[in-house]
Structure formats: C-alpha cells, structure tokens
Design a protein around this ligand. Structure first.
Ligand code: SAH
Length: 397
C-alpha cells in the first residue's frame, strides 16, 4: 500500500527534503516587511531610516504588542505627521479577514484570511473557562500530503512570514481582549501551531515567531514558552535542531500509526524518517526540556484502531515522557475514512492506559464550522464551508 507522493519542502530547508521527492520551483511571493518581522533593535533602525527618533520604535511596538492596536488614529501619543508614515511602513496590512465563523456559543471562532498575494489561511480561537488558545497556520497549504487531512490534499502554496504568523495571534488576542469569547478570560495565553502547514518545514520563521510571541512587551507578546505547542509530522533533522534551540515549548508529534507499514501511508514523510527514528527524536526532546511530548493519533475506523496497534503503541511509549492524544477522525471532503466507533475508541484508550501510558481523547471543537483538526481547506472557497484549522487542538480536560 506504499504511495510515493510529491512533497514540496520550503527552499530554505533543503536538509529535510526526503530523497526521491521533488521540490517546488515556483518563487513564493513574500509579504512586505512588518514590525513583527523585526526585533526591537531592527525596529529602531527602521524608524530612524524613516527620519524618526529611535524611541518611536518602542511606542509603535507598545501599541501593537501591548495594546493590540494597529490603527494610526488610535496612536495619539505619536505626532499626527508621523503616524501615517510609521504605520504605513511598519504595520502594513498582512491579513485581510474574509470570513469569520463561530460555534460552541462563541467559544470557538474561525477566521479565514486573505494574504497580500491572494493566498488563504485560517486561524481558530478557542475559549475555555480558564484559558484562551489561538491555533495558527504556519504555511499556506501543506506539502506533507497526509491523505486524511484536508490541508494535506491541497499541496503547499508558500511559507508564511514571521509577521503573518504573529499577526494571526495578535489579532486573536485582540478578539479575546474585546470580551468576545464569553465565559473565558480576556487574555490569550496559549498558541498551538496546529493550523495549516508543517511548522518545522518553515523552521527559521517558526522559531523566530516563538521568540517574538514570548519576548516581553513591547518587544513581543509576552507569552510563556511552555504555553506554546509546535506540532510536527516528524521531520527528524528539524526536530534535532529544535532540541538544540533549548526552548521550552511543547512538542506534539503526529504519529497516527505505531508501525512503519501503515505510517508510510498515513504520514508519507515516514518513508524518509521511520517510527523508531522519529520517536527517538521526540523522546530526546522530552529529556532535554523535561516536558512531556504529545503523541497525536487520529483514530480511523479499521485503519489504525486495532487492539494490536494500541498494544504496540503502548510498548513503544511505556515509561517515556509522553502523553497520547487520540483524535476522533474529523470528516474531510471526499475521504473514504471515518472515525472509529466509540467502543473501539474506548478499548484503544483502555489498552494504552493498561500499558501505563497517559492517554486522553480530544474534544472535537469546531467541527460544525470545519474548524477541527485536519478539516482546513481554505483554498476551496467555492462553498460556504471552506476552511478549518485545528480547533480541537487541545486535550479534553
Ligand atoms: N503539520 C503539523 C501541524 C498540523 S496539526 C502536524 O501534522 O503535526 C493538525 C493535527 O491534526 C495533526 O496531528 C494532524 O495529523 C491532525 N489531523 C489532520 N487531519 C485530521 C482529521 N481529518 N481528523 C483528525 N485529525 C486530523
């Protein structure tokens, strides 16, 4: 059942190109530079090159990261003559909302964005009683070709810039601050890279985004690294690079099968980096950070939900710093696969727990608005239900 898809990988990541797979040649059209692409020192040189005093960089940064304001008219501490110039140069519009959808009484909100070149991406805001989480996209489309994921069927359009990712979070932080997420605190506190794209295939920008999101205001958004989750299909060299960064973000690994035969099909990049190798890298990450890795496993009826696979997964994870997150398969257009029946799911959980492996089943936030894991297909704007990032990106509590 082995298939050999074309997996386009970002041009700045030649080391992760699986052998035999082809690279995209098309030149991506990156957006104009934005304040969030730069650290504070670079912002200071940018404002001075516009003929403004260096301290304007801090003022502008305080508006954007501290107050979540990007409209020149609201920046009344800046001289009227400078406001428009500064905002036009350093706060260009990167994301234009095309559609916003809500469900779960407003606790789950999905936004579809158009980027400067017409590419479409989505983000999801999820409110809980104790926290608000943003699920963001790191690429337009995805090159990983997982057959059960709507985004994976689209192919890769391009990497997002640092500011295009940061701006999704800043925008959603503004929505949360406005009190729109009823029953949740107004401060956005968590970010998961579980929207469109493979974050580790856009490695340098995703790492810089993490740094920007976690730098204290006004340099950044002041989130805690521990409240950020980076999810990957298992690009081993990039996982190893991540270990060397010494960050304390949570790593999620989309495993979906404990054996190479099946994982070669479900997560085609497994043809290059096998289950044993990818788990080793994940365990090394856990050992280095002291943080449990999250093993993502979408349960697909009669495909990966057999008791023997639960037992094998249990043997692989027993005694490791790992937690299994089972995701009932979310439906995607044209897919031949379904979620496992509940009794099968329960038996899978039971066997893992019996092996001593901590396991939870994710809630399915956002399904009605195609905002749940793997339902994202923002490129297909032809019907009213296009799109959907991983709104169910979190463990059921
Ligand atoms: N490319 C990264 C980030 C995306 S995270 C990664 O794969 O980890 C989105 C998560 O949802 C991944 O674990 C993905 O495998 C899972 N997913 C994709 N399609 C799904 C579907 N139809 N149902 C449930 N989960 C799905």
């Amino acid at each position: 059942m082995t298939i050999l898809p074309v997996i386009p990988i970002s041009p700045d990541q030649p080391d992760i190109l699986p052998s035999g797979l082809t690279k995209t040649r098309r030149r991506p059209s990156m957006p104009p530079r934005h304040l969030a692409d730069m650290d504070l020192a670079a912002r200071k040189s940018a404002v001075t090159s516009l003929g403004e005093p260096a301290f304007r960089a801090k003022q502008l940064s305080t508006h954007y990261f501290g107050r979540l304001v990007r409209d020149a008219a609201e920046m009344t501490d800046l001289p009227a003559g400078s406001r428009d110039r500064l905002t036009a140069d350093l706060l260009p519009t990167l994301l234009t909302p095309v559609r916003e959808q809500a469900c779960d009484d407003g606790a789950t909100r999905k936004t579809l964005w158009r980027l400067h070149d017409g590419a479409l991406v989505e983000s999801v805001l999820m409110g809980y009683p104790d926290r608000v989480t943003a699920c963001v996209s790191s690429q337009a489309g995805c090159g990983m070709a997982c057959p059960f994921c709507a985004t994976g069927q689209q192919g890769l359009t391009r990497n997002l810039s640092v500011a295009e990712i940061v701006d999704q979070v800043v925008y959603l932080a503004g929505v949360a601050a406005s009190g729109a997420v009823t029953g949740s605190p107004p401060r956005l506190s968590r970010v998961v890279f579980m929207g469109m794209g493979e974050p580790l295939a856009n490695y340098p920008r995703v790492i810089e985004t993490v740094r920007r999101l976690t730098a204290p205001a006004p340099e950044g958004l002041g989130l805690s690294q521990r409240h950020i989750t980076v999810s990957t299909v298992g690009l081993v060299p990039a996982m190893r690079r991540l270990i060397a960064e010494q960050l304390s973000v949570t790593l999620a690994l989309s495993l979906h099968a404990p054996d190479d035969d099946l994982r070669d099909e479900l997560v085609p990049v497994n043809q290059r980096w096998k289950v044993a190798e990818v788990l080793d890298a994940a365990f090394d990450y856990a050992a280095q950070t002291g943080r449990r890795v999250s093993i993502e496993y979408a349960l697909i009826r009669d495909v990966n939900d057999q008791p023997w696979r639960a037992d094998l997964l249990g043997r692989l994870l027993r005694g490791k710093l790992a937690h299994v997150n089972l995701i009932p398969l979310n439906p995607t257009p044209g897919s031949k696969w379904d979620a496992s029946p509940k009794p099968v799911e329960r038996e899978f959980v039971r066997r893992l727990q019996e092996a001593g492996v901590s396991t939870t089943v994710r809630d399915t936030r956002g399904r009605e608005i195609d905002g749940a894991c793997g339902q994202l297909a923002a490129g297909e704007l032809t019907d009213a239900s296009a799109g959907g990032a991983a709104a169910d990106a979190e463990v059921a509590q």
